[in-house]
Design a protein around this ligand. Structure first.
Ligand SMILES: [Zn+2]
Ligand SMILES: [Zn+2]
Length: 262
């Protein structure tokens, strides 16, 4: 079977609140046959259904339980539950979520009328570029979950299909494991939560645009796409700082922007 190239559509790129008419973290990955929603921040469901019928989703990945990454899971849950109740949909959708904080995990794991729930920490382990990761298969897509260093426990995600690869940083301070896991990726979708002048405030929790560029350079990423922007920043300034450390052109995620791999 001929596989199609992976396409990334940005549903939202703001954090921790969106700009007018836009959305927080949300991404749609498609390869022609499979549609995967990656993060479901505020407003992302309304953007999702502009691009795909939610009933066609194969899965949803939530990397950690900050609202700008998962608040709209409640929209998707109700939409699916309603569609299944009145016969417009038969199946549930695979939901990959972290186990901590346990209180939130328990609530989401209870949405069994809409989702088949997978605790990421209980997925099989696999070794990729000498990084121990949790792994899952979603049709043709292989998912690798790599622990982040952030306020909450969670995961960065590497997605591979044949020779194509996309790495999503989630929210994290730079770590050697993340650099190794992102090695040679076609597309590095990386948070850029601040300018260099704000580095002290973000230390140990997030990456600045400059650090995103450093990560892309160390990992020899083919393309760097910045995301997770504080709405008050000028995105061009973030891009300039990332380009300086990456040493090559950097792109910005934007509402409804589409990136095609490889
Ligand atoms: Zn965030
Ligand atoms: Zn976060």
């Amino acid at each position: 079977m001929e596989m199609n190239d992976i396409q990334l559509t940005v549903l939202g790129c703001w954090a921790p609140y969106p700009r007018q008419e836009e959305a927080c973290s949300g991404y749609l990955l498609q390869n022609g046959a499979t549609s995967l929603m990656l993060e479901a921040g505020h407003g992302s469901f309304a953007r999702l259904i502009k691009h795909v019928d939610y009933r066609q989703l194969a899965g949803l990945v939530i990397t950690h339980y900050h609202p700008d990454h998962y608040a709209d899971i409640h929209c998707l849950r109700h939409a699916i539950e309603g569609a299944r109740r009145d016969g417009r949909m038969k199946n549930t959708i695979k939901l990959f979520i972290p186990p901590e904080p346990a209180e939130i995990y328990r609530e989401l794991a209870g949405f069994t009328k809409s989702f088949s729930v997978f605790n990421i920490e209980k997925l099989p382990t696999g070794d990729f570029n000498s990084v121990l990761a949790r792994t899952a298969q979603l049709n043709e897509l292989t998912l690798y979950f790599i622990p982040i260093v952030h306020v909450l426990p969670g995961y960065a995600v590497l997605i591979r299909q044949g020779k194509q690869s996309l790495f999503f940083s989630s929210d994290t301070a730079p770590t050697p494991e993340i650099t190794r896991a992102a090695n040679n990726v076609d597309l590095l979708l990386c948070e850029a939560s601040g300018l260099n002048k704000d580095a002290d405030k973000l230390a140990g929790i997030h990456m600045t645009a400059r650090q995103a560029g450093e990560l892309a350079k160390q990992a020899r990423a083919n393309r760097l796409v910045l995301t997770h922007f504080w709405p008050e920043y000028n995105v061009d300034e973030l891009l300039a700082e990332a380009e300086d450390s990456f040493g090559s052109a950097v792109l910005a995620a934007g509402q409804d922007t589409i990136f095609n791999l490889p």
